[in-house]
Design a binder for this molecule. Structure first.
Ligand code: AMP
Length: 175
């Protein structure tokens, strides 16, 4: 399976100079979707993973597949203001300004090992915010998974100690 072929690249989205890697084109391709989910599950077969935390919104689709197929709990990390119950919050810096993610506090059972899933790792700031919440809740990060990695944005410096796993890496902003 050539995953690169299955990923739509959109130059200058959402703003000039950004090459957007759109994984929705994997979901419209059943063969690529099946391959991606199987590869994701294979990565952690030998590991102890007690639950999955999926990041809004594209991470939800992958996290839901992982949790359903392996029979473990799925917890959602959502953008600020979406979750109705009592939440843990973590803010993080974006290129311009900042963002906040929330998790229902009651869902983050202490002492568990959580696999955190998103679609793409750029600077690693989003995943680090979720990893920080996991640790604040007295749990551990079992791993970090994304389909795509952009290592030239130095995410290893931010989240390398959590051993991030990606299925395909891009090494520059070329289509
Ligand atoms: P970061 O926190 O810098 O690692 O950014 C990761 C988040 O931003 C992920 O949730 C991605 O969906 C999104 N993202 C950042 N850069 C891109 C890109 N070039 N293409 C698609 N999504 C991106």
């Amino acid at each position: 399976m050539d995953l690169d072929e299955a990923i739509r690249k959109v130059p200058d989205f959402p703003k000039p100079g950004i090459l957007f890697y759109d994984i929705t084109s994997i979901f419209t391709n059943p063969e690529a979707f099946r391959y991606t989910v199987a590869k994701m599950i294979e990565q952690y077969r030998a590991d102890k993973v007690d639950g999955v935390i999926a990041i809004e919104s594209r991470g939800f689709l992958l996290g839901a597949c992982y949790a359903e197929k392996t029979g473990i709990p799925l917890v959602l990390a959502r953008k600020k203001g979406k979750l109705p119950g009592k939440t843990l919050r973590q803010s993080y810096d974006l290129e311009y300004g900042s963002a906040t993610l929330e998790i229902h506090e009651a869902d983050l059972t202490p002492g568990r090992r959580w696999l955190i899933i998103d679609d793409l790792i750029a600077t690693g700031g989003t995943l680090r915010a979720v990893a920080t919440m996991v640790e604040r809740a007295g749990s551990q990060v079992a791993g970090i998974f994304a389909i795509i990695g952009l290592p030239f944005l130095n995410y290893q410096e931010t989240i390398g100690h959590y051993r991030p796993v990606t299925l395909i890496d891009y090494h520059g902003e070329s289509v």
